[in-house]
Design a protein around this ligand. Structure first.
Ligand code: ZN
Length: 252
């Protein structure tokens, strides 16, 4: 059946090369993800890259078909096709990322659902007070003290076993509040904003406990301090984490 000017897919050598290299990059990103120990940020970028390379050939082929059906000159013009297919690819990858990344991330980390009663109780109490859905809480089997959270279709908070060992209860609470502060802010942005562009980078999914003083971090810190009515615990938590990092570098 011929629709408009669409004469079926013409897979020439150029298109074949484009599709093959895109899939190779998709496989390469997966390989790097599995093979190397990477920061959460790099992992997210690689997963995003993987999705882009995976969806790109489909976007090219459907654009090709669409150009053919509407008798546009872009049909079978590789340069035009790529230029047209790129925005679609980024859009699909971004949307897919919001569903794939949290699950994907969990596959690459040994983790257990938190049975730590202290942590779950703190999170339950505070999220109820903040009118947040209770996030899922996971403990990652990692000695580095770290915590981060995701918010997409479901919110999740990850703590490393190292963090739980290192901090006392009040300090741990300050880190939990910091993460809940991120989740709360993301929730309000999600509700207020209809613009997908705001989320064009899947990195915006990730909120991580670190010491940068950019807007998101400052907000999360302020939230923790306000709730605890003191900055003492958050400060000493950060000092402990810094000391751990310095010590680690020293040992290496
Ligand atoms: Zn943070």
């Amino acid at each position: 059946m011929i629709l408009g000017c669409f004469a079926g897919f013409v897979i020439d050598a150029d298109k074949l090369l484009l599709i093959a290299s895109s899939f190779s990059f998709a496989i390469l990103t997966l390989f790097i993800l599995k093979k190397f120990r990477l920061s959460t940020k790099s992992k997210l970028s690689l997963i995003y890259g993987h999705l882009i390379f995976l969806f790109f050939p489909f976007a090219v082929l459907t654009t090709d078909a669409a150009c053919g059906i509407s008798c546009m000159p872009c049909a079978n013009n590789l340069g035009n096709l790529v230029a047209l297919a790129l925005p679609t690819t980024f859009l699909i990858s971004t949307v897919a990322g919001f569903f794939v990344i949290p699950g994907f991330y969990m596959l690459f980390n040994k983790k257990t659902e938190a049975e730590n009663i202290h942590i779950t109780r703190i999170i339950k109490n505070h999220s109820r007070r903040m009118k947040l859905n209770m996030p899922k809480v996971y403990i990652i089997d990692n000695a580095n003290p770290t915590a981060f959270s995701f918010r997409s279709f479901k919110s999740m908070i990850f703590f490393s076993a190292g963090l739980i060992d290192l901090l006392n209860k009040k300090e741990l609470e300050s880190v939990i509040l910091h993460e809940l502060g991120h989740l709360k802010r993301k929730a309000s942005i999600l509700m207020m904003s209809v613009s997908l562009l705001r989320f064009f980078s899947p990195l915006s999914l990730l909120a991580r406990f670190h010491h940068d003083s950019n807007g998101e971090e400052a907000y999360a810190d302020k939230f923790a301090i306000k709730t605890q009515k003191t900055d003492r615990h958050l400060k000493s938590a950060k000092i402990k984490i810094d000391e751990f990092e310095r010590h680690k570098k020293f040992l290496l």
